[in-house]
Design a protein around this ligand. Sequence first.
Ligand code: FES
Length: 432
Amino acid sequence: MNSIWSEHSKIPQYPQLRKDINTDVLIIGGGMCGIMCAYFLKQKGIDYVLVEGERIGQGITKNTTAKITSQHGLLYSDLIKNAGVEQAKMYLEANEKAIAKFRMLCRNIDCEFEQKDAYTYSLTSKRRIEEEVKAVNKLGYRAEYMERLPLPLNVRGAIKFGKQAQFNPLLFLEGIAKELNIYENTYVRDIQGHTAITDRAKIRAKKIIVATHFPIINKHGSYFLKMYQHRSYAIALENAPKVNGMYVDEAQSGMSFRNYKNMLIIGGGDHRTGKSGGNWEELRTFVKKNYPKAIERYSWATQDCMSLDGIPYIGHYSRLTPHLYVATGFNKWGMTSSMVAAMILSDMVMGKRNEWEEVYSPHRSMLKQQLLINGVEAVCNLLTPTVKRCPHMGCALKWNKIEHTWDCPCHGSRFSREGNLIDNPAKHNMNV
Ligand code: FES
């Protein structure tokens, strides 16, 4: 199923890499993050190459709801508790700078950029919202408490961030990728030291940025322990109201809302990949009840990498690989997180210290409850005796009867009915 953005995208095709090359910086992955890294490196006059396994922007970027905001759910009260005021301030500042960077770049790209306010609401706890407003204000940023929203929901309260934004991500990507050094249909199967191995060529690089959504190398960094993937669904409706803003439920399984042109995009129905959840059915039931005149024009699904503590992993891939860098675990906030990642990594590969490095360091403590949940999930699925196994690390695959795919509950790889790879971290088709 095509997302609303895919329908309007005309990203040109880039060549395939067919001979061995050398470069200073290799970027693997042509989503928003990889493309922004390439853009900044080009601006700085660094020799770089970006390779994408399929077509640029055709992974998670084409399926986002494209909200550009520093309001990442109700993150800041937890962040202050767990990491302290200074770290929380850094995180907020990094994301506000990311919005400013998008605003600046979008002046020259026709990508339907619109300034909008962002709201996170709660259906269960006014206290949680009040705490978050206090926490954000403590960081020196003005957030407002709202009693009512233009949504057919009985909200207990909402927090408002002003001057955030929304856009069409593929139109933006098309504009920004012009004249970048990109190879498509160039799938990296392995990285051995400073060399990336693709099906047709080898790329030797002084530094390598892995921006492949879920990191593809298992032997360093333990990303298979410190991340899992979450699947969510979206529909776009005509004959539905203008909501004049971007709205998201604080609950992980709640809904989100934004308009695009004459349409209303509703997201939700979330669940861990490989498990069951509300999916499109939940959204359609809501629409039938609350917007009975609405007509569904698009439906699509996406999935996101979830970190242990709600903060992305951006920086050195592991302590043992000083030439390897990573950006992942964007926790459903891929637009601003991609921009922050590109700003940090483009500094790091040049040997320049970035002030936000520490907040996002992939080497911070892993001692979180989610680590235990991820471990139990992996052990249970490794021991489950089914024939269909995931080529990533061998977990039992689950049949997704809504999307007709084989999905892995361990780290979220997905395969078509015929066994063709759809989503990583697996790098190969499954054996059928
Ligand atoms: Fe890791 Fe399937 S995605 S075992």
